[in-house]
Design a protein around this ligand. Structure first.
Ligand code: BGC
Length: 412
């Protein structure tokens, strides 16, 4: 195999999300659902809220030069319209810690969890959601905009809507009748979320997607006004649909890609300076291959990242791999999986995708939503009893890739 060297200045790092690692967040909708026994408890999670410096020391020691975090809306705006300066101070300290370690920060303003007051109003079903969201984003950008130049508004709008208003496994637990029989991704849930099944949820699902589109566009304007020169984008999971070439399957894949990717991006890309691509899943119609599975039960198919990136190349924007990774508690496949992702990213770049950086999901093991703490995506293993951190062997393979700025003979 020939060398696959990335351009100079290419960014390498990992991503985390506030609720999944910080711990101690009790005033958001997921915490309430956990108290009601509908999703697993998150509790102190990795206690990253108090241990971020030590965690960033690890990221630094692994050669990373960027890091994607999300900030917790419920901490910053615990009551509608009332912002908590103390929590702004916290995130300013987090940004300073990243800067001291030369980890370029990327902030996602909202990663799935809603402040309880907003959820009580109906969250993204509320007609004023775009203005409410934009007010929050504008406030944060004003406060953090000098210390971070890269903001993403929303993490993965389509899986959010899909799990919440179609499959009924995430909040607010709304489900379409008969949806289980045509499930594509069967990501698990530990508990019975007690979804409410109704045909009206079909309409609500589409309406929420449209509200999320308006929310991104309003937030873009608010951030641009508040933080001069900041870059603003979206983080989108490209669920890759492809086919065995049979015309019916080709058509099916196109339709699904239109629905799961292009419908949203087409309506927001003019208000995006870049697009973050998350890649985890593919579905090949007419495929007879039996794939190995990750601990999530998803196909081991890292090379699909190439097509995922090429799918959004058409929007002509810089791209980031803002998340890609594997649940692999025993760390037996992660190193090869990462290499596959890096190869696929490189190949997409050879075909014209303007990718600027790669962020592995995740730095730490964390709370995997409805699946709880059992699924382990981390480069760093967490012992949830002692909160001890242990770097997994695959993290050193990723480190070598970073040091070589790509895949060379010694790390293939
Ligand atoms: C989300 C993360 C999640 C990861 C693995 C992405 O959909 O942004 O929050 O943990 O996938 O499932």
């Amino acid at each position: 195999m020939s060398e696959k060297k990335f351009p100079e200045g290419f960014l390498w790092g990992a991503a985390t999300a506030s609720y999944q690692v910080e711990g101690g967040i009790e005033n958001c909708d997921w915490a309430k659902a956990a108290r009601e026994g509908r999703v697993p408890e998150c509790g102190r999670a990795c206690d990253h809220y108090n241990r971020y410096e030590a965690d960033y020391d690890i990221a630094k020691s692994l050669g990373h030069n960027c890091h994607r975090i999300s900030i917790e809306w419920a901490r910053l705006e615990p009551e509608e319209g009332k912002f908590d300066e103390k929590e702004i101070e916290h995130y300013l300290a987090v940004l300073a810690a990243l800067r001291e370690r030369r980890l370029k920060p990327f902030i996602t303003l909202w990663h799935f969890t809603l402040p309880q007051w907003f959820a009580d109003k109906g969250g993204f079903e509320h007609p004023d959601a775009p203005e409410i969201f934009a007010r929050y984003c504008g406030y944060v950008a004003r406060k953090l905009g000098n210390d971070c130049r890269h903001f993403a508004t929303i993490n993965e709008p389509i899986p959010y809507a899909s799990n919440g208003w179609r499959r009924g496994i995430w909040l607010p637990f709304k489900k379409w009748p008969g949806i289980d029989t045509i499930a594509i991704a069967t990501s698990g849930r530990e508990l019975d979320p007690r979804p409410e099944t109704s045909i009206a949820n079909i309409f609500k699902y589409f309406s929420v997607i449209n509200t999320l589109i308006r929310s991104h566009n309003a937030a873009y304007d608010a951030i641009k006004k508040s933080a001069f020169g900041a870059e603003v984008g979206i983080v989108h999971q490209v669920l890759l649909f492809h086919s065995n070439g049979n015309p019916w399957n080709v058509l099916l894949a196109r339709l699904m890609n239109w629905h799961f990717t292009h419908y949203f991006i087409k309506r927001v890309y003019k208000k995006c300076d870049s697009i973050g691509v998350n890649y985890y899943l593919h579905k090949k119609f007419g495929d007879t291959v039996v794939y190995d599975k990750t601990d999530m039960g998803w196909d081991v198919y890292p090379e699909g990242i190439r097509e995922a990136l090429l799918m959004v190349k058409r929007y002509g924007l810089p791209l980031w791999v803002s998340e890609a990774g594997v649940a692999d508690a025993k760390d037996t496949i992660r190193a090869e999986y990462i290499k596959g992702l890096v190869r696929g990213t490189y190949d997409a770049m050879q075909e014209g995708a303007d990718v600027r950086g790669f962020m592995y999901w995740s730095l730490l093991d964390n709370y995997e939503w409805a699946s709880g703490f059992g699924k382990r995506f981390g480069l760093v293993e967490i012992d949830y009893d002692t909160l001890e951190r242990r770097v997994r062997p695959s993290a050193y393979v990723y480190k070598q890739i970073i040091e070589q700025n790509g895949l060379v003979d010694s790390v293939r």
